[in-house]
Ligand binder design. Structure first.
Ligand code: SAM
Ligand code: SF4
Length: 363
């Protein structure tokens, strides 16, 4: 189908329509990007919001086949940042005027750990006088833990579905209760019920993944009515079971282009959601994050994790900014974002406009 006719359908895209958008190249890709850019301009504006990221702990009870910090990888040292380190990052977020931070970690549901995270959230809120927005990305937890964290002050949660195709999901994870697809979907539903702004996403260019699978992923985001999406290319980590498929992957350029097409198509499908320009984009292309912003993304997560931990939070190889310190990141990022004619929403939480809109609809 002609790409112009697909655009005319507005948000009522079928899987087939999305597959055409995702496969765009040449002139069609240019049109796709232009459309996404115009929609972002209309619904979001040319503003980027930052989230200071701390990779709080690499301890993980799961063993996802693609991830460098999976529990089966015995070649990394496990760490958990100290309270002082986390609170220093919160102070840095305030100094840098980022407005919000993300606490990300491996999945650990033991009560001592989850209660500790509750205390940390409260402390971040206290020392910042509630000026910092807190996003969590700490995997699957019980509804009561999610509620505890919400009541402590966290208001956004990122839990990527990784792939919404159950067959593909099964190939990416060990076959046991801890890695169950339905439980992950249930977690997204619990988060929404509690009142979080909910974020999800997928990896792009996974072994066995088809373009139709990615079109289904976009429809999944829409059906679940999520507020934020973080997607990025799949990248290989040698110490994982999936590394054995590395010769069967799309080329770096193909994965990068497909990721841009995913972001642009998503912006057209879900006009007012927050979309992250992922670090993995920058791994594939030195200007990957800027390009992602130009075609529809509006969120960047500068990595503020203490340098000594970064080597041990390598989800994939060649993860950028392993040696970059926070000041360097800030200056670089600022310059790069201004150079693509965007401004930075300093001192703001940068909440998803979609969330605000859906709340209004409930009233
Ligand atoms: N443990 C939590 C979870 O899985 O939801 C949060 C941290 S986990 C490291 C964050 C994300 O990293 C995952 O959702 C996954 O999409 C991404 N990731 C892991 N391994 C990756 C890889 N090899 N390439 C690209 N992204 C990867
Ligand atoms: Fe653990 Fe998350 Fe990595 Fe899976 S993706 S192994 S849950 S850190």
């Amino acid at each position: 189908m002609n790409i112009h006719n697909i655009f005319l359908k507005k948000e009522q895209f079928t899987k087939e329509d999305l597959t055409v958008l995702l496969a765009s190249e040449g002139e069609n890709q240019k049109l796709l990007f232009e459309k996404a850019k115009a929609i972002k301009q209309q619904y979001i504006g040319n503003v980027v919001h930052f989230r200071g990221l701390i990779e709080y702990s690499n301890t993980c009870s799961k063993n996802c086949y693609y991830c460098g910090i999976r529990s089966g990888n015995k070649e990394i040292s496990r760490y958990t940042a100290t309270d002082e380190e986390v609170l220093n990052i919160a102070k840095l977020v305030m100094e840098n005027r980022y407005g919000s931070m993300v606490l990300q970690s491996g999945e650990c549901s033991n009560k001592k750990v989850t209660s500790h995270i509750t205390q940390l959230i409260k402390e971040i809120k206290r020392i910042s006088n509630n000026s910092i927005g807190v996003t969590l990305s700490c995997g699957e937890q019980s509804e009561s833990v999610y509620r505890q964290w919400f009541e402590a002050g966290a208001h956004r949660y990122l839990l990527r579905i990784e792939s919404s195709n159950t067959q593909l999901y099964t190939k990416l994870h060990p076959q046991n209760k801890r890695h169950d697809y339905q439980s992950r979907v249930q977690c997204l539903e619990s988060l929404k019920k509690i009142g979080y702004q909910v974020g999800t996403g997928v990896m792009i260019g996974l072994p066995f993944q088809t373009i139709e699978n990615l079109a289904e992923d976009l429809l999944f985001f829409k059906e679940k009515d999520v507020d934020m999406i973080g997607m990025g290319p799949y990248l290989v980590h040698k110490q994982t079971p999936m590394a054995k498929y590395q010769n069967e992957l799309l080329t770096i350029e193909q994965r990068f282009n497909l990721s841009l097409n995913m972001i642009a198509s998503l912006r057209i499908l879900m006009k007012d959601v927050n979309i992250a320009a992922s670090t993995a984009m920058q791994t594939l292309n030195p200007f990957g994050r800027e390009k992602a912003i130009e075609v529809g993304a509006n969120i960047v997560m500068p990595n503020l994790t203490p340098l000594k931990y970064r080597e041990n939070y390598k989800l994939y190889e060649d993860k950028p900014s392993v040696n970059e310190d926070a000041e360097e990141t800030k200056n670089q990022l600022e310059k790069r974002i201004l150079s693509i004619n965007h401004t930075i929403g300093y001192d703001q939480w940068g909440d998803s406009a979609h969330y605000a809109e859906s709340k209004n609809n409930w009233k």
